[in-house]
Design a protein around this ligand. Structure first.
Ligand SMILES: NC(=O)C1=CN([C@@H]2O[C@H](COP(=O)(O)OP(=O)(O)OC[C@H]3O[C@@H](n4cnc5c(N)ncnc54)[C@H](O)[C@@H]3O)[C@@H](O)[C@H]2O)C=CC1
Ligand SMILES: CC(=O)C(=O)O
Ligand SMILES: [Mg+2]
Length: 543
């Protein structure tokens, strides 16, 4: 018999469960005599933890995933809170910036403008064409808050898909990371001899649009069962491609819809706590956004459903939302503005342009402040103190990624609000003790949504991803808090429970797909919720 050490979680503490197992199959001399998977897990973890820099840990994990995917995912699943920031934001931001320097082995598909007319042929090169079920596609034009990274954006597709596998049990061989290379407008990369992409500026919009038409057509032809996630397209393209393709193919935009869903979920839980402290009716919340790009406007659209679910009309819901961009408060009298900002442009303000955030807060008197502006430090002491003077429990969500672009840090928000803040950020921050009480930051990141949304869409074989499916994913997440998590004022469940949460989200998404009539898996319609839960769990891949 062999001794097997299995990491288990008990009350938030990791322990080792010692069991014995029958001897494994003979290694036939290809493995050292005492090699054992249970011990090797600890060897890999120790190797990982021996690295000083997070980017070295990222490289180690990338190589481990290549050499031994099961071990990579075992480590991820047993240590989600430690590993997620390494394979995802914030470290994935550095991995993107350094992609052309650190490149070792290709992972995923690279399709460039030079392949126009031949995209089908390139797609057929994928070795496991029949197994593919999900792709994350980026063109690298707005990676996190880091700007146009061109082909260096590939790690974002890879990282998101690793979270699909770890977080929702999607089979690793069903995933295809795709990076489209349409050039880059970042001169630094064009001048870099190691840069791995095409060495020219981005092609004009009409050429990019024609390329996307062919790409989407070929993708759907060669992979008829594929769910498509658009990721980190610059704002103009993010809105345009979502509008153009969402009724023709099963797809969603993670930055617009996934972020909208995760923030709605955290807001639902925060608004309850905030209203309990202020006595203010839940429908009286006012939400102000710093940043009016794809993420800011996407979240604003989704947050309207908070008010509508609580009985307000569309017009009333819209009136609860204020946008601020780099030129200040967005209002009609300010002059011409991008199309996507018009819906929330204020008609009830006609004064001079307002650019000072503290002054705008005094005017608007919001209960919640959302940051999707890529502007580090924008939520400064004056901003947070003003929010705290207006609200016994101010809701402050600095959502920009990676962590160095966050509008404020958790310890600042805690200190300046005197421990009253209801906080969620895009990238993780450590917990803080304030006057003897432990306070926990939420992670308002679409990583809580897309694994379960994707799993639900795949299992129901949804022909398209409807707004109702996205909303269902959000409500599924909001309802997933345990009584113990609620007692600690958490806004999101602990990330260690991601599989369980993704299962609940998938159930909600499957039911919403059925209600919308876009599902193509009739058997699931006949099952009870308990049966669907069991079905979803059974389908999850385990390393
Ligand atoms: N937490 C999450 O799950 C997600 C976070 N994000 C983050 O949101 C950020 C924004 O993403 P996008 O909307 O796609 O980018 P974007 O570049 O389209 O939008 C940025 C917006 O911020 C505004 N802005 C820039 N500087 C400003 C300043 N000094 N003051 C006020 N506004 C300013 C711009 O006018 C623009 O409206 C990124 O950092 C991204 O990583 C995006 C998606 C998901
Ligand atoms: C989290 C994410 O999707 C972003 O920052 O773009
Ligand atoms: Mg993104």
């Amino acid at each position: 018999m062999t001794i097997v050490l299995t990491p288990v979680w008990s009350n938030g503490v990791q322990k080792l469960k010692v069991t014995s197992a029958p001897p494994s199959r003979p290694a036939l001399g290809l493995l050292p005599p005492a090699h054992n998977d249970g011990v090797h897990y600890h060897r890999c973890l120790a190797q990982l933890r021996s690295k000083d820099k997070n980017i070295e840990k990222y490289i180690y994990l990338t190589q481990l995933k290549d050499a031994d995917p099961s071990m990579f995912y075992r480590i991820c699943l047993a240590n989600m809170a430690e590993i997620t920031p390494l394979i995802y934001t914030p470290t994935v931001g550095d991995a993107c910036l350094q992609f052309s320097q650190n490149f070792r082995r290709p992972e995923g598909l690279f399709i460039s403008i030079k392949d126009k007319g031949n995209i089908g042929k390139i797609l057929r090169n994928w070795p496991r064409i029949n197994e593919a079920r999900i792709t994350v596609v980026t063109d690298g034009s707005r990676i996190l808050g880091l700007g146009d990274l061109g082909v260096n954006g590939m790690p974002i597709s890879i990282g998101k898909l690793s979270l699909y596998v770890a977080g929702a049990g999607i089979r690793p061989e069903s995933t295809i990371p795709i990076c489209l290379d349409l050039g880059t407008d970042t001169q630094k990369f064009l001048d870099d001899p190691l840069y791995l992409g095409l060495r020219h500026k981005r092609v004009p919009t009409h050429e990019a649009d024609e390329f996307m038409e062919e790409f989407m057509h070929e993708l759907a032809t060669h992979f008829p069962k594929m769910l498509i996630q658009f990721e980190d397209f610059s704002t103009d393209k993010a809105f345009a491609y979502l509008d153009r393709f969402r009724h023709r193919y099963p797809l969603f935009n993670d930055d617009i819809q996934g972020t909208g869903a995760v923030v709605l979920s955290g807001f639902i839980n925060a608004a309850k706590l905030s209203s309990a402290a202020s006595g203010r009716p839940i429908t009286d919340h006012r939400i102000m956004f710093l940043g009016a790009g794809s993420a800011g406007v996407g979240v604003a659209m989704q947050l309207m459903s908070f008010f509508k679910l609580n009985g307000l009309s569309t017009e009333e819901a819209r009136s609860r939302i204020y946008l601020v961009d780099s030129q200040g408060l967005i209002f009609d009298g300010r002059g011409p503005m991008a199309e996507h900002k018009k819906y929330f442009s204020r008609k009830d303000y006609n004064g001079p342009p307002m650019t000072d955030l503290t002054e705008i807060i005094k005017l608007v008197q919001p209960t919640a402040l959302m940051g999707l502006s890529t502007t580090k430090g924008a939520f400064n002491q004056s901003v947070i103190e003003t929010m705290s003077a207006l609200n016994p429990r101010p809701i402050i969500f600095p959502l920009s990624n990676p962590v160095r672009l966050s509008e404020c840090e958790f310890h600042e928000a805690v200190e300046w609000s005197k421990g009253t803040v209801l906080f969620a950020s895009g990238s993780p921050f450590p917990e803080e003790e304030y006057r003897g009480k432990m306070l926990y930051p939420g992670q308002g990141n679409n990583m809580y949504i897309f694994p379960g949304l994707g799993l639900g869409a795949i299992l129901s074989r949804a022909a398209s991803v409807t707004d109702s499916m996205v909303e269902a994913s959000s409500l599924g997440l909001a309802n997933a808090l345990t009584p113990e998590e609620r007692a600690q004022d958490l806004l999101y469940p602990r990330v260690e429970r991601i599989r369980e949460i993704s299962g609940e989200i998938a159930l909600a998404v499957i039911r919403a797909a059925q209600k919308a009539g876009v599902d193509r898996s009739p058997d699931l319609r006949r099952m009870t919720d308990e049966e669907v839960r069991a079905f979803v769990k059974e389908r999850m891949w385990d390393p």
